[in-house]
Design a protein around this ligand. Structure first.
Ligand code: DGL
Length: 349
């Protein structure tokens, strides 16, 4: 009898301890304004990536009630200096964390300038359905009304929420939750810097409460065929911007450099002028994969519309911005050079 009671008490205690367990969140810090320190509180100037991750979390002590948090410093850079090497490190580490069940969610602190690119790169490569949430800030930690502590608190709250499972890589900013594929930095300096022009936010976080309203039909819950290791060499893909009366020199220069792919940030529906048209023909003849995207911030580039892609030998980015189309083309080219297959990637992910 005594033994049975003891056993029951032990089981109850174990169940209680399990119920009390908080989600385990690992923060991978890369730098950016969120870790920036300025000379004065009333000046916007600052040096990015100065403040270590432990200090950033230390500034929001109440977040310890939300999750068990640990941090790793991956880099300390402004995100204009983000590199493919750091992207690969992040992807490899994120997959390792989930494969070894080291955490229930990951938060990545990141400068805002290239945050949308990192989010999409990881979206295509992280194979777990556990949450990965990127965030940053527009004002350095030393500024009046710094937005970093709130954004970090919100990102941890989202990563700790069961609702965020299976949503792909997310960007959390200024109380908005955005799909990593669709989000874009829309303002150079304002605190509501991020938006998804084609789809809008997928949810909101406010007062510690997370709510999702819609989900992307693209890469979410779809296992992509892509994977990288730290030593994977990604094909070189560059972006060329189209504007009125643009000469074709940049395209010809890239072909002479033997790049693997070129994304054209075309006008409107991925259009370009006659000089570009001739240069694109030369690029395609030289074996370069040319993808038509658009410098317009919303809408899609439609295959076989104003331009005869079949005849020209080009593919289109669908609704990906040029900077995201470059990422998909780089990863796509690790798998194939077949244009039909590459185009299919753009209609799938
Ligand atoms: N240079 C920017 C960057 O790290 C600063 C802007 C920011 O983090 O918001 O992306």
């Amino acid at each position: 009898m005594k033994k049975t009671i003891l056993l029951m008490c032990t089981v109850l205690l174990a169940v209680f301890a399990y119920a009390q367990q908080k989600p385990r969140i690992i923060i991978l810090a890369t730098g950016g304004t969120i870790a920036g320190a300025g000379k004065a509180a009333d000046r916007a100037g600052y040096e990015a990536g100065k403040i270590p991750i432990d200090d950033l979390v230390g500034a929001i002590p109440s977040v310890k009630k939300v999750a068990d948090i640990s941090g790793e410093q991956i880099s300390s850079i402004g995100s204009q200096d983000m590199t493919i090497e750091i992207w690969k490190k992040l992807a490899v580490r994120a997959n390792e964390i989930f494969d070894k069940n080291e955490a229930d969610g990951i938060v990545i602190t990141h400068g805002t300038d290239t945050q949308e690119e990192t989010a999409y790169f990881l979206d295509l490569l992280v194979s777990s359905d556990k949450p990965v949430v990127l965030t940053g800030s527009m004002r350095p930690a030393t500024a009046i009304s710094a937005d970093g502590p709130k954004n970090l608190y919100d990102a941890i709250t989202i990563a700790a929420s069961p609702k965020a499972k299976g949503k792909g890589v997310i960007v959390s900013f200024n109380e908005g939750i955005f799909d990593g594929r669709d989000v874009m930095k829309m303002s150079t300096t304002k605190v509501n810097a991020f938006f998804s022009p084609n789809t809008g936010p997928i949810g909101q976080v406010y007062d510690g409460k997370v709510e999702f309203y819609q989900a992307s039909m693209r890469e979410v819950n779809v296992k992509t065929p892509f994977s990288v290791k730290v030593d994977t060499k990604l094909p070189r893909v560059d972006i060329v911007y189209m504007y009125a009366d643009a000469p074709s020199d940049q395209i010809d220069m890239l072909v002479s450099k033997k790049v693997d792919g070129i994304v054209i940030a075309g006008v409107g529906n991925g259009n370009f002028n006659k000089a570009y048209m001739d240069a694109v023909k030369r690029a395609v003849a030289a074996g370069v994969i040319v993808c038509r995207a658009s410098r317009a911030p919303s809408g899609r580039v439609v295959l076989e519309d104003e331009i005869n892609d079949a005849e020209l030998g080009t593919i289109v980015s669908d609704d990906l911005t040029p900077q995201k189309a470059r990422i998909l083309l780089m990863l796509g080219l690790t798998k194939t050079r077949d244009k039909k297959q590459l185009q299919q990637y753009f209609f799938t992910y």
